[in-house]
Design a protein around this ligand. Structure first.
Ligand code: PHE
Length: 338
């Protein structure tokens, strides 16, 4: 019996050492120490041995049990630590690797430019106002002293949504909407999309304008000139000179177009300015009394000036780009440069 126990201990220990996974180790434990295991058989056999041998046998069997239990526990610990190590290696996270940066966008050139322009006018006390892209003929034309027979109302220039409703051809209708809702003094700029049936290298059927309107007692053309000159110098640099040319707009009187010294040649003449040294940049004038009348403003008491220009155009000039369509094709190779 003693020899049998020794033999059993040897083979059990060999087997335990050979086990290579926690699952096999559990099976091994059941085989040797389980209720129907080998050792339980032996312990049962102790009671049928001769009385004088029983204590020694029982002791030996117990020692075997302890030895196997220790061996199993030791093996378990060893297996657990190697399995943990393997797991850690397989699911390893290297915290020192640089993170994958999400691609970061930035404001479109037009947004950048309009924010900058709005900022310059905000410094002067102008507030921002908005109007709808889909506008009535009344706000787009009639209220702005533009009678039905005016060439600008010809359907070749204007997108009609339905009779009486158009895609606004300029931001000037915002002037009227603002004046209808607030009393003077008024100082607003109104950026937004405008639409015209027009498409070539320098025209897009949709583009951006910024409207300005200032109304108060005693506003003069000198205020208009000063404001425009200040804006151009702030935006294009202090060497930028404005030139006012008489012009016609139905909603301003007198009216002017403003040119500025060419951003490319600085006035000496180049392709961009068609060798004139000047670039046409904006329309403006003193608000026409009929416009004040339509807005129910007292045109004896108040005067005001208005101006409007293309935000796209100003952005293109700043970067000496010649085709407006680059702005709307959403080619990142172009847009990423700004
Ligand atoms: N609305 C005019 C245009 O689109 C510009 C303008 C605005 C002129 C305000 C005078 C006063 O051409």
């Amino acid at each position: 019996m003693k020899a049998q126990l020794e033999e059993m201990q040897r083979s059990a220990l060999d087997e335990i050492q050979a086990v290579s996974s926690l699952r096999d180790l559990d099976e091994c434990r059941v085989k040797w120490l389980g209720r129907k295991g080998a050792l339980t058989d032996i312990l049962r056999g102790v009671s049928s041995a001769p009385v004088e041998e029983r204590p020694a046998l029982g002791k030996a069997a117990n020692e075997l049990k302890i030895a196997l239990t220790e061996a199993l526990d030791g093996r378990r610990e060893a297996l657990e630590s190697t399995e943990q190590a393997r797991d850690a290696e397989e699911n390893r996270v290297d915290f020192s690797l640089p993170g994958r940066r999400p691609r970061r966008g930035h404001a479109h050139l037009i947004s950048q430019v309009s924010e900058e322009i709005i900022g310059i006018f905000a410094e002067l006390g102008f507030k921002v106002a908005w109007g709808p892209d889909i506008e009535t003929e009344y706000y787009n034309f009639d209220s702005l002293n533009t009678p039905a027979e005016h060439p600008a109302r010809d359907s070749h220039d204007t997108f009609f949504v339905r009779p009486g409703v158009v895609l606004r051809t300029h931001t000037s209708p915002v002037q009227m909407r603002v004046m209808e809702s607030v009393k003077p003094p008024v100082a607003i700029v109104a950026p937004g999309r405008v639409y015209r049936v027009d498409w070539d290298a320098s025209h897009s059927p949709m583009f951006y304008q910024l409207e300005g309107l200032l109304v108060d007692e005693g506003v003069t053309f000198a205020d208009l000139k000063g404001t425009i000159a200040h804006f151009l110098r702030r935006f294009f640099g202090k060497d930028c000179k404005p030139r006012f040319r008489p012009h016609f707009f139905p909603f301003t009187e007198p009216s002017a177009e403003v040119d500025m010294t060419c951003t490319v040649c600085n006035g000496s003449g180049c392709r961009l300015c068609k060798h004139s040294g000047w670039i046409e940049i904006l329309g403006c004038g003193m608000v026409h009394p009929n416009v004040f009348r339509n807005a129910k403003y007292d045109y004896e008491r108040y005067t005001g000036f208005a101006f409007g220009f293309g935000i796209d155009r100003i952005g293109l000039l700043r970067h000496s780009i010649n085709t407006i369509h680059h702005l709307y094709e959403n080619d990142l190779r172009f847009l990423e440069q700004f």
